[in-house]
Design a binder for this molecule. Structure first.
Ligand code: PEP
Ligand code: MG
Length: 768
């Protein structure tokens, strides 16, 4: 029994994830469950968000005419009771239960045994899943466990379908412009970079990533057909070429696979269907995505394992055709709207450069979270960004006007004039505040009682240098060297690196420039150096990678040293360090690079070397590290994630990623004190330093340097100039006694307002 249940469950999960719409999901599910459990009835009731009633949405066994017609209030019937109590109800004879009500139109009078389980998503009851039988009996434990498991699977699918509008929430339909989106339809994600934007969506597609291709109207149907045929012909000749090349090495049955591929591409198969879709008005890429998705769905649902595998072939063919279609679109031809909101399934640092800066007003990523590196770069560019908007139906948004609220991570589709006006007002206010802050550029970051707080910047993009100097940065506290590595096709050579680094060092000289050695892994992948791991944040990251690859490390350090010749402002910093031997090993490599260059006749010196405190182990070794190195710099982004065990990149736990968690504050204070005991300078380069409230706390903790994205520097400077060190100390003392991260955050906001610095906190937003 257990084994068959498991295989049924697998099958349901598989089918549910590939079904075209929610109705099919529900129908499939009731059919499968009824068959697997040998019950007479299986039904699903979903809660209508407007009428607050449980509506019968699918059934096997009851009268199908009742679907969509019959509904129950949460206080009615045993179904209502399951929903209300949010727990399973297993009854030998439902008809004698005090809550039972008889629904004539369903024809359910014949059934006695009843098992109902709630369908719950993120703590909310979405509906009830029911099985019923003629006889009087209690369902056994394994049956109950099975139904609960299916229900848990179903919950995510229903919530996603409602949110993405692949179904409308029951009773909430509004027709608009051919696509169905309710007015001011809101999709919630995670705050990425502050600010608001009103603009038009442009969907960024990764090369050959068919699933993220948006729908777009075909401008010229004949031209689209021609493009498609050209791509098709190219794929055919690719396949023939591969087939010829492998002719000697493959058996004839294996060779036959290529013929199957070619047949799939014929007019009476895939090609004809795509052409039909193009004629119906979609552009070639969109038409291809639709047809491939349909076939994949059909094949995946087949019982025969061999046929199921064909889904992979179709996907592969789809990708091949797509890459040819993308080839003959010249990226220069792409016309971006004047106010582009770039939407991507997984926003990567490389995509940020896609749209000309004067046209880019906002960024949205379906995956990722507020401390993903794409979000960090977006903050540095000052582009409002929403991350982790997991339910956004982005393939259907191309060209649509949307509002983006980067403070809360929300996206509004089909916005009303009222909402546009309200956000327009905030945009104007923001512009005024920014203009006011510009006047601070040449003024020192000094408190009212004369304490001078050095403000440095974090850089990575080429444009960061100019922006940072414009904002009055006094040094670079973190240059993320991996960023230029990410936008290339292979590791940059020593000479190339030298040129890239020199730009930073030269522009800032004589001010210090802290260059971090390559920090890849985690959510930072190099396209030419893939690292596939189950737990990338606990895996091969940062210094672990470079110590395993001394050839990469040495080249990088040599390039840094050579780039600094004549400027003398280089500092080298090591990321993700957990133990002493890593520092010793890296130091040896740095010494070796210095020696080599000196032997080559260059007048290089060993620069100051520092270490980042980013993991709990490093926190407790700060003092020992400090004896070995020249400076300590806290990477609070990673430190927060490792201390709280919250993936900085996962939107599901974004609410738990709390930089103002009392434990984080305690640790930050501790590290500053430990470094000071060894009289070594301690700085911070995590995002917390960029928050005006956080910056005041860090100043009071004794940090010698705050390093932040250049965009926030004027705000932080304004906060420091608007208060005294004495007040910041009092603030710190109060906060350190508080228990709750959210309360601390709120307290900081109110304190800034009380100090007359309300313009540095988040504005009051509409649509809350
Ligand atoms: C940090 O972890 O706080 C940090 C500054 O490094 P990154 O954000 O690049 O991981
Ligand atoms: Mg880090």
């Amino acid at each position: 029994m257990a084994a068959t249940m498991l295989s049924v469950l697998r099958k349901i999960v598989q089918e549910v994830s590939t079904a075209p719409d929610l109705d099919s999901v529900l129908d499939l599910t009731v059919r499968r469950i009824q068959r697997a459990m040998h019950t007479q009835v299986c039904s699903i009731y979903l809660l209508d968000t407007i009428s607050q009633r449980y509506v019968l949405m699918a059934t096997q066994g009851l009268n199908v005419e009742a679907v969509g017609q019959v509904s129950l209030s949460p206080t009615e019937g045993v179904v209502g009771l399951v929903g209300q109590r949010a727990e399973p109800l297993n009854l030998e004879d439902a008809s004698v239960h005090p809550s039972y009500i008889y629904l004539k139109s369903t024809g359910e009078e014949r059934y006695h045994a009843f098992l109902g389980v709630p369908i719950i998503h993120q703590g909310e009851v979405l509906g009830v899943l029911v099985v019923q039988q003629n006889e009087r009996r209690r369902f056994d434990e394994s049956e109950e466990a099975f139904l609960v498991t299916v229900s848990a699977q179903l919950a995510g699918v229903i919530a996603h379908a409602e949110a993405t509008g692949s179904i409308q929430p029951v009773g909430n339909n509004v027709e608009n412009g051919g696509e169905r989106f309710a007015q001011d339809r809101r999709f919630s994600g995670v705050a990425g970079a502050p600010g608001v934007a009103i603009g038009q969506v442009f969907v960024a597609t990764l090369p050959a990533d068919l699933e993220t291709v948006p729908d777009k109207p075909a401008k010229d149907v004949d031209k689209e057909l021609e493009r498609f045929n050209t791509a098709l012909e190219a794929v055919r000749s690719d396949i023939r070429a591969v087939s010829r090349n492998l002719a000697q090495r493959l058996r004839s049955d294996e060779q036959a696979l290529f013929d199957v591929y070619l047949r799939m591409l014929e007019d009476n198969a895939l090609a004809g269907q795509v052409a039909d879709r193009i004629r119906a008005g979609n552009w070639a890429q969109g038409a291809l995505r639709e047809v491939v998705a349909e076939h994949v769905r059909e094949f995946s649902a087949m019982d025969d394992a061999y046929l199921r595998e064909r889904a992979t072939d179709i996907r592969d063919l789809g990708r091949r055709v797509l890459s040819h279609l993308q080839e003959n679109v010249n990226s220069q031809d792409v016309e971006y709207p004047d106010k582009t909101i770039l939407v991507a399934d997984d926003l990567s640092p490389a995509m940020l450069g896609l749209v000309p800066e004067d046209k880019l007003v906002g960024l949205v990523s379906v995956s990722g979270s507020g401390n993903s590196h794409a979000a960090i770069l977006a903050r540095s560019m000052g582009i409002p960004t929403a991350m982790g908007v997991v339910d956004l139906p982005f393939t259907r948004l191309e060209g649509r006007e949307v509002i983006l609220d980067g403070y809360t991570g929300r996206v509004y589709v089909n916005p009303s004039d009222d909402l546009k006006n309200a956000f327009g007002e905030i945009l104007r206010e923001e512009q005024m505040i920014a203009a006011g802050l510009e006047t601070l550029r040449d003024l020192p970051a000094q408190t009212t009682d004369g304490y001078r707080m050095p403000l440095w910047v974090n850089t990575g993009l080429v444009s960061d240098v100019e922006r940072s100097l414009e904002r009055g940065a006094e040094g670079i506290g973190l240059y993320r060297t991996e960023i230029p590595f990410m936008t290339r096709d292979f590791f940059p050579s020593e000479q190339e690196q030298l040129q890239i680094y020199r730009r930073q060092l030269e522009a800032f000289a004589p001010r210090p420039v802290t260059m971090r050695t390559l920090d890849v892994g985690g959510d930072k992948a190099l396209p030419y150096f893939p690292i596939e791991e189950d737990n990338p944040f606990l895996g091969w990251r940062g210094i672990r990678v470079t110590l395993d690859h001394p050839e990469i490390f040495l080249v990088q350090v040599r390039a840094m040293l050579r780039a600094a010749l004549g400027f003398g402002n280089l500092r080298i910093m090591l990321p993700m360090v957990t133990s002493m031997h890593e520092i010793e090993e890296a130091s040896k490599q740095i010494d070796r690079a210095v020696r080599e260059l000196q032997e080559e006749g260059l007048d290089v010196e060993r620069p100051p070397v520092g270490v980042m405190v980013e993991v709990p182990a490093a926190v407790y070794l700060t003092r020992r590290f400090a004896r070995k190195v020249d400076f300590i710099s806290v990477g609070s982004n990673d430190l927060t994630q490792y201390l709280l065990a919250v993936d900085r990149n996962n939107p599901r736990v974004a609410g738990l990623y709390a930089p103002y968690h009392p434990a984080v504050l305690r640790v930050l204070h501790f590290v500053a004190q430990e470094a000071r005991k060894e009289h070594k300078p301690v700085s911070i380069c995590g995002e917390m330093a960029a928050d005006p409230g956080g910056a005041l706390l860090l100043m009071a903790m004794g940090y010698d340097v705050l390093s932040m994205n250049s965009n926030n520097l004027p705000k932080v400077k304004s906060a420091i100039r608007g208060t005294s060190l004495a007040k910041a100390n009092t603030l710190l003392q109060r906060v350190m006694r508080m228990d709750d991260a959210e309360a601390i955050h709120e307290y900081l906001r109110t304190s800034l307002k009380d100090m007359g610095l309300g313009n540095l906190t988040r504005p009051v937003l509409p649509g809350r």
